[in-house]
Design a protein around this ligand. Structure first.
Ligand code: AVJ
Ligand code: FE
Length: 431
């Protein structure tokens, strides 16, 4: 056993444990009633997410990698996300909160045992290391989903965190030069199938804003009648705006001439220089048109985030190749809100684009598709079944995304009408 193998084993175990601590925090902050209840038809009951996380870990690590006996062979169907839509999950004969906690703990014991025995070397290092990384990311993704469920929960606040660091005046846009850029990756150990393979694209020069659109800017769009003027909306966007009666971001309410926003049970005036959050793709698209700009394409976003103009190389993150630390980005629920523009100068790109990672997921104008040479792994249901015109790509992660589940190549996707996620946007235009 090499030292490197042992280091990888320790790192994987530490990530599994750190991630479970977050899951525990999210599921112990509320009582059993709030775990079982559906806080919105868009979301699963929290107790479903909890047992689903355990069930995926059992399927992938315990049974597949470990070849062990099932912990529970009778519940796979209940926790298969493709078998039951979120809105139908509360009616299922789910494990109780106590049963779900016991189940995930039993699975975890076995998974750590599998990790101890796994030969994390050679080809196995890639294959098994990846399986563990996938499970860490999967649980973190559900933790972010559970955080979004907390955001929809009505009642006294149960989560708290210190405010993010203050902003500094970061405004305007930068010019990203045209030319070749390597998008995607062959080398990120924990990159998912849809981030692969690396491929060279010629991205023409474009301008991109240095910070995400703020609450103050978004309030100006509303004040200018942006929600009532079909000129700014795409036909699909206008239809949705009409049908859903959209008038402001989710969780905003009028307060005289101003706006209040409710965040994790606390209602306060919007903070003008913080990124707008909880807007759908169509709202982002309309704002951009009103501002005389457009949303970045996915390739533009990734070029802004990864391209180093000095070397032509693509970085892992805007600031370089180092794993995110608290100085780089607002990630991992360390703060319960996006930070003001300029709050993370150490995380800026070489061209001076700020906060591409963390704060808010950023809508891009690109439909979710496989890169040239895409190969589904480990199964089609991870991403391939979502390819097509129904989903838009979001990039960069939010304050609720863990560092293990974000990187310059990471791709998220959702329906263009969704806004219960921590979604915002930045602007671009042709050079
Ligand atoms: C990548 C966030 C769109 O939550 O639907 C979780 C991640 N896949 N379980 C989702 C995922 C399977 C996925 N997103
Ligand atoms: Fe899942």
């Amino acid at each position: 056993m090499t030292i490197e193998t042992e280091r990888l084993r320790d790192r994987v175990a530490a990530e599994l444990i750190r991630t479970r601590d977050r899951t525990t925090l999210l599921t112990e902050a509320v009582d059993d009633g709030d775990l079982i209840r559906q806080h919105s038809p868009l979301m699963s009951p929290l107790v479903w997410d909890l047992a689903h996380v355990g069930n995926q870990e059992e399927l992938w690590l315990v049974r597949d990698v470990g070849g062990r006996e099932p912990v529970r062979r009778d519940i796979d169907e209940l926790y298969d996300a493709f078998k039951h839509a979120r809105r139908d999950r509360p009616a299922l004969p789910l494990l109780t909160p106590a049963e779900a906690r016991r189940y995930v703990a039993q699975v975890r014991d076995k998974a750590l045992d599998v990790l101890d025995a796994a030969r994390l070397e050679g080809r196995r290092l890639t294959v098994d290391g990846f399986a563990f990384g996938m499970i860490v990311q999967h649980e973190q993704q559900h933790d972010e989903t559970m955080l979004a469920t907390h955001q929809l929960r009505v009642g006294a606040p149960v989560l708290s965190a210190p405010p993010p660091p203050p902003g500094s005046s970061v405004t305007g846009e930068v010019l990203v030069p045209g030319g070749p850029f390597t998008m995607g990756t062959d080398t990120e150990a924990w990159a998912l199938d849809n981030e692969r393979p690396a491929h060279v694209l010629d991205v023409p020069a474009f301008h991109i804003s240095r910070a995400a659109v703020t609450n103050g800017e978004y309030a100006a769009f509303i004040a200018a009648g942006g929600y009532d003027d079909p000129r700014w909306w795409s036909p699909a966007g206008w239809d949705h705006r009409q049908a859903a009666g959209l008038t402001a971001p989710l969780h905003w309410q009028r307060d005289g001439d101003g706006w209040l926003a409710t965040s994790f049970g606390r209602t306060a005036p919007i903070v003008e220089d913080e990124p707008v959050v909880h807007v759908c793709y169509y709202e982002a698209e309309a704002f951009a048109a009103w501002a005389g700009k457009r949303l970045p394409t996915e390739a533009e976003w990734e070029k802004a985030a990864r391209h180093d103009p000095a070397t032509g190389r693509s970085r892992r993150y805007p600031w370089g190749d180092e794993t995110p630390s608290p100085e780089h980005a607002n990630l991992g629920q360390q703060h319960l809100r996006p930070a003001a523009a300029g709050a993370f100068p150490a995380g800026a790109s070489p061209l001076g684009v700020h906060q591409l990672i963390g704060d808010v997921w950023e809508w891009t104008s690109t439909d979710f598709h496989g890169y040239p040479g895409f190969a589904a792994f480990p199964y089609k249901e991870y991403s391939e079944v979502f390819f097509g015109p129904d989903y838009k790509v979001l990039r960069g992660g939010s304050f609720g995304t863990d560092r293990a589940a974000i990187r310059g190549t990471f791709r998220n996707w959702d329906y263009p009408i969704r806004r219960q996620i921590f979604s915002g946007f930045r602007l671009a235009r042709d050079a």
